[in-house]
Design a protein around this ligand. Structure first.
Ligand SMILES: Cc1ncc(COP(=O)(O)O)c(C=O)c1O
Length: 394
């Protein structure tokens, strides 16, 4: 028998060539933190750049109290957990972090995951099966889409923020067990989902409501409790809350919060929780400190809010078309991938790191500069960025 197979590596190379021709090649690039100055600076091949790309919204990633907590815990418990949570890797630091998150967010229980990507895979594949329905916003994060695909359920996507569209998807399959999932704050647009309307729809349709609050946690709500706290929604209205620790909290990892029933079930069913090494416990210890800072230090949040306000007002005054985002994510749509790459390169020459985001991360012809703001940015730095953006996008 003659074997005729496609060469997988050749196919990969062909796709690579296609992406390069379409200006869509992704590039891994080393950026160092600027040890000398701290703040929002990075170093690119010896050149200092002001970083407007980080999700470290509150400026906690290099906070001395977190670094100290990480080191102190590592000296006691070591660096790695050494095992999965269920096989001896679950430490007191993890338990304390789960408790702290549950208390902060007003949820009965919390389960830690190693990353947000894994949390979304674990929840969706743990809850949904073939024949079930998963309804999602078209702009949801890739990990939510991938989770539904992994579950093997029917995935229906509605137009961005279109609650009526979501209702139609649920109406079309009234017999199927259903889960509706949405980003709380959309990662590439920065707008907040119609949270109250989605929760009410889920209640009316007996569908489980899940919110991924990767970009809302720490930023929105009076004590940083996130988009659900901001919208006044609790565990009853939104039974599944997913959050990440690597953004406003400045560390790494993720969690799911909800009822004891949900968490106990995920411990049994969420394969991305079960079959992986537990998060380093020292990171959990550092994250406990991050929660205290994010919760208690309203000044960081109000500095961030002031920078967001300043950026939006300044962009409008300069005729820059910002999207309708009230959060730290302030994208500027450029259109073609080529134009976005060109603008990012000119910004780099002028001393700013602002990434170009291209398809398939965003829809075709909606390539953009994704500006993210942080409490670390000064008023003057935001003003300099605005002036440079005006020149670059003119
Ligand atoms: C909305 C959203 N969900 C999930 C994730 C994944 O989280 P993590 O980076 O912890 O895997 C991200 C970003 O990374 C995100 O933007």
């Amino acid at each position: 028998m003659t074997v005729i197979r496609a060469d997988l590596l050749e196919r990969l190379a062909a796709r690579q060539r296609e992406r390069a021709a379409a200006q869509l090649l992704r590039r891994l690039h080393v950026l160092d933190v600027d040890v000398a100055t701290g703040g929002a600076w990075v170093v690119d091949d010896g050149h200092r750049l002001l970083d407007f790309a980080s999700n470290d919204y509150l400026g906690l990633a290099r906070h001395p109290a977190l670094i100290e907590a990480l080191g102190r815990a590592a000296r006691v418990v070591g660096v790695g957990a050494g095992a999965a949570h269920l096989l001896g890797g679950h430490r007191d630091e993890h338990a304390r972090l789960e408790h702290g998150l549950a208390q902060w967010l007003g949820r009965e229980r919390v389960l830690l995951f190693s990353t947000g990507y894994m949390a979304n895979l674990g929840v969706l594949a743990g809850l949904l099966a073939r024949g079930d329905l998963c309804v999602q916003d078209r702009l949801n994060h890739a990990s939510l889409i991938d989770g539904a695909q992994l579950a093997g359920c029917t995935l229906r996507r509605y137009r961005h923020a279109d609650v009526e569209g979501a209702a139609r998807q649920l109406d079309a399959q009234p017999q199927a067990a259903a889960l509706l999932a949405s980003d709380g704050v959309f990662s590439m647009d920065g707008d907040i989902a119609p949270l109250r309307e989605l929760a009410a729809l889920c209640r009316a349709q007996a569908a489980l409501c899940m919110i991924d609050d990767a970009h809302g946690l720490g930023v929105l709500g009076a004590d940083g409790g996130g988009s659900l706290a901001w919208a006044g929604l609790g565990q009853r209205e939104v039974p599944v809350l997913m959050g990440t620790l690597g953004k406003a909290l400045g560390t790494f990892g993720a969690f799911v919060a909800g009822s004891a029933e949900l968490i106990d079930g995920l411990v049994q069913q969420a394969r991305s929780f079960i079959y992986t090494t537990a998060l380093p416990p020292a990171l959990a210890a550092a994250t406990c400190v991050a929660i205290d800072l994010a919760r208690g230090d309203a000044e960081r949040r109000s500095t961030l809010a002031a920078r967001i306000e300043q950026f939006r007002a300044g962009a409008r005054a300069r005729g820059l078309a910002v999207l309708a985002s009230p959060t730290a994510i302030q994208p500027l749509r450029v259109g073609s991938s080529e134009a976005a790459l060109g603008a990012a390169a000119r910004l780099r020459e002028a001393g700013f790191h602002v990434p170009a985001v291209r398809p398939p991360t965003v829809p075709r012809d909606q390539a953009r500069l994704r500006v993210t703001l942080s409490a670390l940015h000064t008023q003057a730095q935001v003003e300099q960025l605005l002036d440079t953006l005006r020149k670059v996008l003119a």
